[in-house]
Design a protein around this ligand. Structure first.
Ligand code: ATP
Ligand code: MG
Length: 401
């Protein structure tokens, strides 16, 4: 098994090994003799350590030679001091998709440069380059996987796409509203006049009441659509999540009878207040809770769990400032979202409910985006659904429409 290089300091030492190749005098890392003047001892090790990309290198016999901390973090694995020298298939056994890519370095004739992969286990998207390590004679002595977390980039792109879709939708909705609103108002007014004139006929009164009611409903739908496509202007203030959630629960209860649904809210006492728009945040959690109540039809369990996430630099973000994030998970044990519609539920007007408008989750996403947050949904193994909302404690809020 290859030996480990001495580490200058525990915190800064990369998981790098001088592989067995060194013993054969074939290492391409400059030796003390050939090292260019001015490159200090340990420079190459520090270089790997300080890269903001994940680096994973394996020797020709399939053992881990280098795995930096970014690699562990992106792959969601815990660094073990014993990993160096172990077969990569063993270290990456919980990430078989990554293991398969690394194995390809020795089998494929053409290695991917700038490929992407969504990790099945964590849902993260990584962008990677796979290279072979060759000795001066051209013999393959190992392979390197160089990768970056693109999850945030993907989300930003998705947000861009949504923004474009909403802009197109907004124009269409405004045009429809323009065409439909006046005739609707006309129908309502004229039905009102008729109703006053035909006081004698009970049949006519009843039909006209229905006409007025339907016209009002159609008008309400037009207003709802217009409201949805209008850009959100956040009124940002410090808001306590406990208040937001309490209000959201009672608003959801006023929309759907809660019945025997039990609600547990788990909030750490020291949870930081969020810089956000309390009205919009209330709306966000009301919509999630309303969906949960509707899914469980009067019987079940909703659990809301909030926690502050450890500060994590987002390597793929445009600015790499570490941001404090709060995560709120809303679990229910209803029937769950059918797998074949899972990727459509955030789309405007997608609904499986006879009375639904399909705007609830589209609004949720819009509010999350306006707060610079993230949202995802997953099915729970034990049945039911989990929505996970991540919000920055203080975001660079913008107008989002
Ligand atoms: N907790 C959940 N459990 C099961 N399915 C869900 C859940 N939340 C959302 N869905 C599915 O996602 C669809 C879209 O939800 P969304 O809130 O956008 O619209 P809606 O609830 O159908 O209508 P609206 O919210 O406008 O009244 C729902 O019709 C439902 O099929
Ligand atoms: Mg809904």
């Amino acid at each position: 098994m290859p030996s480990q290089k001495p580490r200058p300091a525990a915190r800064r030492a990369p998981r790098v090994v001088a592989s067995g190749l060194a013993a054969k005098g074939r290492r391409r890392e400059p030796s003390a003799k050939t090292k260019p003047v001015g490159v200090p001892e340990g420079f190459y090790r520090d270089l790997v350590w300080n890269l903001r990309n994940g680096v994973l290198a394996v020797t020709r016999d399939g053992r881990i030679a280098v795995m930096n901390d970014v690699a562990y973090r992106i792959l969601g694995l815990l660094p073990q001091s014993t990993d160096i020298g172990l077969p990569f298939t063993q270290v990456l056994k919980e990430r078989p998709d990554v293991s398969r890519i690394v194995a390809g370095a020795f089998d494929l004739s053409h290695l991917p440069n700038r490929a992407e992969l969504r990790l099945k286990s964590t849902g993260k998207v990584i962008g990677y380059t796979l290279s072979q390590v060759k000795n001066p004679e051209g013999g393959i002595t190992g392979a390197t996987l160089f990768f970056k977390d693109l999850t945030r980039v993907e989300q930003l792109e998705e947000r861009e796409r949504l923004r474009d879709r909403l802009a197109a939708l907004g124009e269409m909705a405004a045009a429809i509203a323009h065409e439909v609103k006046n005739p609707l108002a006309g129908i309502e007014v004229m039905a009102g006049i008729l109703k006053r004139q035909l006081t004698e006929s009970e049949d006519a009164q009843s039909i006209l009441r229905d006409i007025i009611k339907e016209a009002k409903m159609a008008n309400a739908i037009v207003l709802e659509v217009l409201d949805f496509v209008r850009p959100i202007r956040l009124q940002v203030e410090r808001c306590a999540l406990s208040d937001v959630l309490r209000d959201a629960i009672s608003m959801a209860e006023s929309h759907v009878p809660r019945g025997d649904v039990r609600i547990d809210v788990v909030l750490p006492e020291e949870l930081a207040p969020i810089q956000g728009d309390p009205h919009q945040l209330r709306q966000l959690f009301t919509n999630l809770m309303t969906n949960a109540f509707e899914a469980m039809v009067g019987k079940g369990h909703v659990r809301v769990v909030a926690q502050q996430l450890p500060m994590e630099e987002e390597p793929a973000a445009a600015d790499t400032q570490a941001v404090a994030m709060i995560q709120v998970e809303v679990f229910d044990n209803g029937p769950g979202v059918p797998a074949d519609v899972m990727d459509r539920i955030f789309s405007p007007f997608f609904t499986t409910k006879p009375q639904g408008s399909g705007l609830g989750l589209a609004i949720v996403r819009k509010i999350v985006d306006a707060h610079d947050g993230r949202i995802d949904v997953s099915a729970r193994a034990e049945g039911g659904t989990r929505f996970r909302v991540t919000l920055p404690v203080s975001g660079s809020h913008e107008l989002f429409g």
